[in-house]
Design a protein around this ligand. Sequence first.
Ligand code: ZN
Length: 337
Amino acid sequence: MKKIRLKFLMCAVGMLLIIACAGCGRNKTNNDLLEAGEHQLPASENEVTPTSLPAATGLPATPTPDPTATSAPDPTATSTPVPTATPAPTKAPTATPTEVPATPAVTSTPTEVPATPTVTPDPQGGGTGKKLIVIDAGHQRKGNNDKEPDGPGSATKKAKVSSGTTGHFTGLPEYELNLIVSKKLQAILLERGYDVIMVRDTHDVDISNSERAEIANKADADAFIRVHANANDNSDVNGAETLCQTSKNPYNADLYPQSRKLSECVLDALCAECGCKKRHVVETDTMSGINWCRVPVTIVEMGFMTNEQEDRLMATETYQDKLAKGIADGIDAYFAK
Ligand SMILES: [Zn+2]
């Protein structure tokens, strides 16, 4: 009798192992998927502002609009390991049970992150204690066109993540520019005494927009900075803008005041440092990476890669340094207020 029971047990364990391995294998193939996903607002939502810059010529007609493909969400996303970058905060996310696939699929291992950021719980984001900033360099080399809900429990699905736009005059991919500036921002913030977690520090990752937000949530970030560059059908359009949720966001309206303030501070300081056109803080509830947030968040659209002058500027290290310093100044201002 005992022998039979033992055999049955071993058999069950074996089956479990096989199922677990099958899950792993499937996840790895995600890297091969098409590009798509959250980028800037669709062109129709991006106001076209006539500017003093000379009109650019030879502009390709279609900057990257948000695609709307229809593949199913990947249930295996929940079975991947927890990102090692996250400094294992003991504080559980305050989210509802429906909120998120529990474990973002972070394949990168940011090495520059301080091993144990001392996060002082401070809901106001001011006062004493080291502030923790999570930086998300937007996009990745290969997008993932699988779909995910655009917010906790939402029936609306969006592509997990796209590879972004490309400099129409420089050919510089947005995901590269975003990471260059993000790394510069990381260095400045560390020097100024912040703790920093990078969502990615390489291009070859597969991290959806909701998973990026979840990294910031799990870290209990004092601010989540998402670094992007913009595109528009009209090559005249230029300038920087920041994005946050509306005051009526169904998922995190409670964070609107802080996100709005963060967005204003970053936009003001970036434009002051860079001398670029200051557009506006765009309030939108269509961004998965904002809707999934349980911490103050802003998307920084540093400039338009469809505008010749701005595209060429953003490709220079001098201007990239300014962008990073401007964003850092804005983060300082946010906590100073
Ligand atoms: Zn983008």
